[in-house]
Ligand binder design. Structure first.
Ligand code: 5AD
Length: 349
């Protein structure tokens, strides 16, 4: 039965909800290995052995939102807040460019200081200085008009995890936010023409196997170009500080199912996974992940961008970090590459 389900997933890249639930509830060591091998051959067909490197710049840890799990939530008075200036962001890009990066991911909390006007200027300047590079934004929920302005300024991609596809769980974790608006944002981003990234957290309090099945089907239905998933890791200054958090085993299993549901998707091995399992990211590549996002933020800020406890960040040079990550990728049998690495189905409109 379980082999039949995995074979169907491999061949047709789809499953019914009951089949996903059955799969998640009944995977044993052997069938999990079978699943992971199928995900591996699928990634070979779409992206070969390449792993794309993206330079991550954490531009601000100010945030107006109060997501219960997140260390930079507005109500965390212990967070040491910072925001980079336009010059600091450009200089981080420059540093990354000199190391060979062809994608810059600008990530931050929902910080009203970063107005459309500021961001348009910033993106325009980055694209002027580094025309062959892609700009990815990860700055939360905005209006259609704002997203459009940033796209027209040259932004190529936008990451906005849906966090969980169960509307009830979503509203219990995101005070004063709306699941419906989250989905509207994702649809608007797609309509505008961005390469869009969705994704969810694993191991949230009260999250069930059924919820994870909903997340997988949500992704199948949305067809994003990128998917970021990772274990929820408790952060000491948040209401969820005493919760258990997600595990590496489940995360890797889910990565392999996502690779099979969306064969062409860009799928990062996330920092959160590397935090709870020191070899988690290597395992992730074998299960279908094909992106990694080394940190390019100024060193003084890295500890402050503390979404969860124990985040792996280095205070060595970006050049040194890049070299180490490349070595890890090679040792796992993959090939680190620094091209733009667009989703193979995407063209700018
Ligand atoms: N553990 C793991 N991931 C987290 N994120 C925020 N807080 C945590 C946490 N405590 C993730 C969210 C967000 C992304 C930028 O970081 O999914 O979308």
């Amino acid at each position: 039965m379980i082999k039949t389900i995995i074979d169907k997933l491999y061949k047709y890249n789809c499953l019914e909800k009951e089949e996903i639930i059955y799969l998640l509830k009944n995977l044993d060591e052997k069938s999990r290995e079978y699943l992971i091998n199928k995900a591996y051959s699928t990634r070979l067909k779409s992206y070969g052995k390449t792993v794309f490197l993206r330079g991550l710049i954490e531009v601000t840890n100010f945030c107006t939102k109060t997501c219960l799990y997140c260390g930079i939530r507005a109500e965390n008075t212990n967070a040491d807040r910072y925001r980079l200036t336009k010059e600091e962001i450009i200089s981080s890009c420059e540093n990354g460019y000199n190391l060979g990066y062809k994608t810059f991911v600008l990530q931050g909390g929902e910080d009203p200081f970063f107005t459309d006007e500021f961001l348009v200027e910033l993106i325009t300047e980055i694209k002027y200085k580094f025309p062959e590079c892609a700009v990815t934004l990860s700055l939360g929920e905005k209006s259609y008009e704002s997203y459009k302005k940033l796209y027209d300024a040259g932004a190529d991609r936008y990451l906005l995890r849906h966090e969980t596809a169960n509307p009830k769980l979503y509203s219990s974790l995101h005070p004063k936010m709306s699941f419906e608006n989250r989905i509207t944002c994702l649809k608007n981003l797609k309509k505008i023409g961005y390469q869009v990234g969705a994704g969810f957290l694993i191991g949230l309090p009260n999250q069930t196997i059924e919820d994870l099945a909903m997340d997988l089907l949500f992704l199948k239905n949305l067809k994003p170009h990128m998917v970021g998933i990772g274990p929820f890791i408790p952060q000491k200054d948040t209401p969820l500080r005493n919760e258990k958090g997600g595990d590496s085993y489940t995360t890797i299993t889910l990565l392999s199912i996502i690779r099979l549901l969306l064969p062409d998707v860009l799928l990062p091995a996330t920092t959160a996974l590397g935090t709870i399992d020191s070899t988690g990211r290597e395992k992730a590549f074998k299960a279908g992940a094909n992106v990694i996002m080394p940190n390019l933020s100024p060193f003084e800020c890295r500890a402050k961008y503390s979404l969860y406890d124990g985040k792996v960040f280095t205070d060595n040079e970006s050049a040194e970090e890049k070299r180490k990550i490349e070595e890890k990728i090679k040792n796992a049998g993959f090939e680190p590459v620094m091209v733009r690495g667009d989703n193979i189905t995407w063209k700018r409109i």
